[in-house]
Design a protein around this ligand. Structure first.
Ligand code: SAH
Length: 345
C-alpha cells in the first residue's frame, strides 16, 4: 500500500492520509510493514533496552469530572486516599532499592497538593535521589506552578491531551475543561524545559479515524519526548459505563505509527493495554514501545486508583511487579534496564 511506504519514507502524512491509513489498520500486510519499521527504528536508537518508570499514584482525589474516568469528582463510591510525604518517600526508597531511576508522581487534580506542598516533595525526592529523574502527572496548572515545580527539580511531565479534536474533546469532558487549555499546558511545559509527554485514549466513545488522524497531526506539531496511549476501558461508575472498550489491535497499530512519526520517542506499553489483553504489554513492545511503568504505590491503595474496570497489577508488591515485567520484557527479546532512560538526542 502506497501510504504505508510514504509514511516509512517521510515520517509524516497529511491528515486525510492518516485517516485513510487508519481505515486500513486491519490489513495484515500494512500492519506487519509498519510494525517491522517501528521495531527497526526503536532498535536503531535504543537497541534492546526497555526503560522502566516507578509509578506512584499518590492521590485519587480529583476536582475534575471527566466522563471516562473512575476517579472523577462525581463518583461518590470512589474511596478517596492521599499519600502523605513520608508515604511517598517510602515508595521512592522501595523503588530505588529495586533499581528504579525514574519516579512518576501521578494523581487526580487534588487541591490539597498546593504548589508549596508539591515543591516541598519534589525538592526532597531530588535531594535524596539526585541520580533519578522525577516525572509529574498531576494535570492542568498555571505556567507559574509548572515553573515552580521545574525550579524545584521536576524533569518531566505527562499530560495526555486525550483527543486533539475539539468536538470529540467536548464529548469526553465537562464544560469547564477545554482542549485549548490542555494544549496551553503542554506548550508551557515545553517552554519550561520539561521533557513532555502527550497522548490519547484509543477507542474512546464515538471516536473516529478522522479524530485519531488529528491526534497524530497534533503529536507531529508538538514533538513531545514521550507519548502515552492506551485503549479506553469503561468504568462501571461513569457515564460511559456501557460503552465499548477500545481495540487492542488499533492501539498496537497506532504505537507503530507513532514510533515512525517520532522515531526517538519514549513510548510506554501501558497498563490499560495489559488490562485488555494478558499479552498486551508484550505486544506493545513488539509494536514499537520501549518503556514500561510498573506500580510503586502502596498495595493497600492500589485498587483505589481506579481509573477503569479490572485494572491489572493491583495486588502485588512492587518487587513482584518489577520481576514479572522483567520476565515479560525478556520473553519478547528485550532487556529491562536500570537507568534514567532519557530520550536520545
Ligand atoms: N490527572 C492527571 C492524571 C490522569 S490519569 C491528568 O489529568 O493528566 C492518567 C490517564 O489515564 C489519563 O490521562 C487518561 O488518558 C487515562 N484514563 C483515564 N480514564 C481512563 C479509562 N476509562 N480508560 C483508559 N484510560 C483512562
Amino acid at each position: 500500500m502506497i501510504l504505508t511506504e510514504k509514511l516509512i519514507r517521510d515520517h509524516t502524512l497529511a491528515r486525510e492520509e492518516y485517516a485513510r491509513l487508519l481505515e486500513a489498520s486491519g490489513d495484515p500486510e500494512v500492519r506487519s510493514m509498519l510494525s517491522r519499521e517501528a521495531v527497526r527504528l526503536r532498535k536503531l536508537y535504543y537497541g534492546d533496552k526497555v526503560f522502566t518508570r516507578g509509578l506512584i499514584e499518590f492521590t485519587n482525589y480529583c476536582k475534575n469530572n471527566c466522563y471516562y474516568c473512575g476517579i472523577r469528582c462525581q463518583n461518590p463510591h470512589a474511596k478517596r486516599y492521599r499519600l502523605n510525604r513520608e508515604e511517598i518517600l517510602d515508595c521512592c526508597e522501595n523503588g530505588y532499592g529495586l533499581g528504579f531511576r525514574t519516579f512518576v508522581l501521578q494523581g487526580g487534580e487534588d487541591p490539597f497538593f498546593t504548589d508549596e506542598r508539591m515543591t516541598e516533595i519534589i525538592r526532597e525526592i531530588k535531594t535524596r535521589y539526585p541520580d533519578c529523574a522525577l516525572t509529574l502527572s498531576i494535570g492542568e496548572r498555571s505556567f507559574e506552578s509548572y515553573r515552580r515545580f521545574r525550579v524545584a527539580g521536576a524533569d518531566r511531565y505527562l499530560l495526555r491531551h486525550e483527543t486533539a479534536d475539539e468536538a470529540h474533546y467536548r464529548k469526553l469532558h465537562p464544560e469547564n475543561l477545554t482542549l485549548a487549555n490542555r494544549k496551553r499546558c503542554l506548550r508551557d511545559l515545553k517552554a519550561l524545559g520539561y521533557q513532555v509527554g502527550a497522548g490519547f485514549m484509543v477507542g474512546s466513545p464515538g471516536q473516529t479515524s478522522a479524530e485519531l488522524a488529528e491526534d497524530l497531526c497534533f503529536l507531529e506539531e508538538l514533538q513531545p519526548e514521550m507519548v502515552g496511549i492506551g485503549p479506553f476501558i469503561p468504568h462501571h461508575e461513569t457515564p460511559f459505563a456501557e460503552a465499548e472498550a477500545g481495540s487492542v489491535d488499533l492501539t498496537l497499530f497506532l504505537l507503530s505509527v507513532i514510533r515512525i512519526l517520532l522515531p526517538k520517542v519514549l513510548l510506554p506499553a501501558t497498563t490499560a493495554l495489559g488490562t485488555l489483553d494478558p499479552q498486551g504489554r508484550e505486544k506493545g513492545l513488539l509494536a514499537g514501545a520501549n518503556v514500561v511503568m510498573p506500580n510503586l504505590s502502596p498495595v493497600k491503595n492500589r485498587k483505589q486508583y481506579d481509573l477503569y474496570d479490572n485494572k491489572i497489577c493491583t495486588g502485588e508488591e512492587a518487587a513482584e511487579c518489577r520481576e514479572c515485567l522483567a520476565r515479560r520484557v525478556e520473553s519478547v527479546g528485550y532487556r529491562l534496564v536500570t537507568e534514567r532512560g532519557d530520550a536520545v538526542s
